[in-house]
Design a binder for this molecule. Sequence first.
Ligand SMILES: Nc1nc2c(c(=O)[nH]1)N[C@H]1C(S)=C(S)[C@@H](COP(=O)(O)O)O[C@H]1N2
Ligand SMILES: [Mo]
Length: 566
Amino acid sequence: MPRQKPGWLTGALIGALFTATLIALLYLADQAFGLPFPPFDVFDWIARVLPGQVITRGIDTMVEFIDRFDLGETSSTAKTLETLMALLTFFGGGVVTGAVLFAALNAANPDLRGAARYLPGLAAGAVLGLPAILISQDVNVTATTSDSVSVLWLALAFLVWGAALSWAYYRLRRIMSGVSEHELAVVRPVPASSPTAAAGEAAHREVHVEPISRREFLIRVGGATATLTVFGAGLGRYLEYREEQQYQERIEANLAATTPEGLPNAGAAVQPVPGTRPEYTPLEDHYRIDINLRPPEIDGDAWALSIGGMVDNPRALTIDQIMNDYPAQDQYVTLACISNRIAGDLTSTTRWTGAPLRDVLADAGVQDGATHILIHSEDGFFETVALDLIDSDERIMLAYHWDGIPLLHQHGFPLRVYIPDRYGMKQPKWITEIEVIDHDEDGYWVERGWDKVAQMRATSVVDVVGETIERDGQMFVPVGGIAHAGARGISKVEVQVDDGEWQAAELRDPLSETTWVIWRYEWPFEEGEHRFAVRCYDGSGELQITEDNPTKPSGATGIHSLTREL
Ligand SMILES: Nc1nc2c(c(=O)[nH]1)N[C@H]1C(S)=C(S)[C@@H](COP(=O)(O)O)O[C@H]1N2
Ligand SMILES: [Mo]
């Protein structure tokens, strides 16, 4: 005897088909109209609520995975992996819901007729949709639609998705119990002699000749959902691509802005060994780390920085006021993420332009007793900075340009903070509010177990063991790389080959006292396998920490080396 009811596996399959379609259409709506995209919101929210330790373990595993399998530049590859995880999580939720719904309907076998048969599916849509909507309202920073439009759209999307599950379940049941739609239609009493009755009987016979099978139904639903999925994902991706092109154009239009000749150390005598990373990072290559999958969408014209708390003149400053009312100051900066591993690529160098923070605060009139500022960001990120530090360092700024153009979206448009000598985690992007307070508070990553001060550690890296060169009849192996100690400068870099003595490398003049220093060393060639290690001393002559430490909680330390067969 054939099975009479669609089982949970069929439910999972139907769930998969409809959820893929749901994701594709949500994505299209997100790209076309700026509506929220819950798969990312849910993922971002999970990352917020999980304990810091779990998150750190997750990030570590991912970075190690990217490193081990050589998957490319760390921060962008990590974003791609996270995107996949977010989509899979959401998709998995939909598949499980489909399976559970079918199993529950089989078990409970409720006596539902007509429109009431949509109720279980609508309930399933609500079970998935309600948390998704609440979470989206809580953490989404990319939607440009109003809250009510966003909520209505999501409610509609999830309910239709759920109703479709119910529809598929009851269609399958009818098909599997051998009763077709057409047969149900002719069951209705019709006057025996009327012409419709004859037509009905004809249809009845036809249906019996070619009844739609379970397999055929699944193929039809599969075809329809696949078409919608490809359409939604394809068009959405096209729209996203067009927007990316606009960024690319902005970056390219700016390429000429920073030529090597225009850099402050253009005349430096010491040249990098070919293969050393670029001294000035091309804007599109700057690493990127943020707590969300996608950067917040901020309308620069509507945006204002609010300054409040313990100030005499609370205010809201537009970006034009910040740019025009204060001297623009430039600083070449090497930024590094505290999660950067020794020799990792989560560090980059560009030119920051902004307004001195202490001037902005002075105009707001900081009151007696205030000790810190609490900076809030659009994405929910936050950090504190001590007023003493701000007063003592004029380089601390509200930065609006990188490489001479407005900050790119992913790097904090329209405004971010710069604090020399601190890892990136202390420097909020997309800032919306500065609150002057009378106590210290832990910032976003400090709450999650990372170093409270997060002072950049002195690190040095061998980027390249170059091609052998000949000079005065002697062969040399050029070795090169970078050394960085936050804003403390680099006074000395030493290279050790195999178990030899530490030898001083040559230092290239850096772009500024807060950027990395490029070093080079020429080693008299010897055939065989050799290990090239490096260590540095900061500006005060202090040797870097040479013992291995992981990134958490205070930034990685250790000696880096490359081993090469010559
Ligand atoms: N608002 C906000 N600011 C932020 C972050 C964030 O997630 N949100 N990440 C921080 C971290 S951990 C780093 S390393 C730097 C990275 O800046 P970048 O992405 O522009 O390179 O931004 C910091 N500022
Ligand atoms: Mo970071």
